[in-house]
Design a protein around this ligand. Sequence first.
Ligand code: MOS
Length: 777
Amino acid sequence: MSIVENAKAAAQGAAQTVMKKAIELAPDSWLPGGKPDPLIRNKHGLIGAPISRIDGPLKVQGKAKFAAEFPLQGMVYAAVAFSTMPKGRIAALDTGAAEAAPGVVLVMTYRNAPRMQPMPLFLTSEKAAGGDNLPIMQDDRIHWNGQPIAVVLAASQEQADHAKSLIRATYEVEPAITAFAEAKAQGTEPGMFMGQPLKAEIGDAEAALAASPVSIDAEYTTPRHSHNAIEPHAATLAWNGDELIVHDATQAVVHTAWSLANVFGLDEKQVRVTSPYVGGGFGSKTLWQHQVLGAAAAKLAGRPVRIALSREGVYRMVGGRTVTEQRVAIGAEVDGRFTAIIHTGTVAMTRHNAMPEPFILPTRGAYAADSFKLDVEVAYMDMLANTFMRAPGESVGTFGLECAVDELAAKLGMDPIELRIGNEPEKDPTEGTPFSSRHIVEAWRAGAERFGWSQRNPSPGAVRKGEWLIGMGCATATYPYYRMPGGAARITLTKDGHARVEVAAHEMGMGTATAQTQVAAERLGLELDQVSFGYGDSIMPGAVLAGGSQQTASIGAAVIAAHHALVAELLKLAGNNSPLAGLNADEVGGLDGGLAKLDEPERHESYASILARAQRDEVVVEAAAPPPMETQHWSMHSYGGMFCEARVNAVTGETRISRFLGSFDCGRILNAKTAASQFRGGIIMGLGMALMEETQFDERRGRVMNPSLAEYHVPVHLDVPEIDVVWTDIPDPHTPMGAHGIGEIGITGTGAAVANAVFNATGKRIRDLPLTLDKLM
Ligand code: MOS
């Protein structure tokens, strides 16, 4: 950083500190969520109902069109060739045979690619979506093993794939840092996450740890993980003059449009990104080089392009979760009260991305303690950029933290649930802010009862049936409540009493379209079939990211704002001859196909009647959500207690999960069916992390060696037991609909619950994921 940049950062930091204090001290009523969303009181029936996905029939009939299913006139197919070394330059690149192959339209390399700017890095500014900020095919430099070196366009996918196989490259190889130990030996730097340092110190935690009568101090490690959404990344792109249309598989339509506009020097209005259906994102479906390469090749060829990455392509081009080494130390009094919590360690990252795995995040708010020391250090490597993956930070961070709590409970001779409950904080332990809604103790008690926790034998290795050692373990699940800035919504109400709600948001399979239709219908006082929810198109209002488990809240806050504007407009139109005359928008809500006074529902007029009298066919309103200041005023999180029963074969060392229960406290649940599916999906991903997922990374050449689902194992049906999920359903008075995010919490705590169950079964404490049988033999 230059002196000027340092001064700017310091000034910004000071301004942020003042702002943060002001928001903390502001009266509740000044903040978004200061007054409870009226829907929290509304028991009309749609909120929470287990409504089946409205897009389900389209999907099972094959009528839902995904990014690689848009047929465009004159379209050609792309295949990507990848570098096979980590750093240096391309010495020779022979594309002659590929160019001469049947069906080939174009071979694009650094020699003929158009001039482009690097992608703006995801979350470094409001609409930035790029996974790395490297030059894309602008020169002969190689930055990672797997970097695209050529794109072939051909008349069919098979022809493109074949021609790509004919490309020959040789390299001038330069020394690269591809081993984690070597990277650490070069020195580390403090990690930054979304502009904030991943550091916190309260009191002298090392001294408190040393002075504590009981303590645990251990090292936990987690491997690299690669993204494996069921739909590999894909985009269909076409230029119309200087305008670019992209049918993408993305969790950020507006961010992708804005970022692509930056890359090609266009106005953001010149790029339109649609994404009506996405086959899973998990943090990976942002902007990576393939969309840029597809757009560049389409420009050169003058033809629309479909670029659908192979499964290997996703492993080579799309980042995953990075490796972590975590020290967790907890000091306690003999009664179990925590005196010190230390959670520090190192992750690997590249110089061309900004995503250190923030594993200390769960530790900031989980337990009360007299002192804290939290720190994530970054070691730089020459490799594929790493990125967000479901509960980045919390998923692997809770593995370290929650295994350590279990180890401490064993040392203290205490029940691990009672140890956790005994250290419940009254307010946020590191921020000092009050909790908006925290009912984790209820979740623990309900879960323990339902799982039969009292049947657990606390002595490790004591329960055996034949060859199988059986154990039970538990862990806390936790994930923050976020709401990102930029939400906006449009509501179009027509005289037939139909409403269309539009937000540039996303349906990646989690049920957003369904849950938001329910919420909108409830808010407007309409039936489900009178409401349609539009999303997945960058020309719609707002810039809402499907990430950070915050999309539901972001849409909710935007729709509340638009609804308020709609009510105000309708009251104006209703005039003095309405039962609603003289009321203001705060006093009125949607009911039975019209508006009614909230506390006097007989003062009601239907939408049809208001519009007819005003001689209007429709009313259209658009409004933006307020900035998300509530997240600095309250400590806001989702919580859960996770319970696992594991069976470990004493002969072969194989682990089978026989039962799993997640007991959640995530505010009000909006759709019992899609929510249960989100919880279970997260837990299944957590079981993969616990037992099998591991990217095999060749530390000599920085290459991913298992880029396929044959060699990178994820849980299949036989690996997954019936997963029970329950929830408190207690609304948070300070969030839209009283809801919290539920997309990521299921993966948190799961790894530790499994490891703790395996310890209870076998007496073996494995601190290194995944828990493969070699570690248990
Ligand atoms: Mo998620 S990792 O915020 O898509």
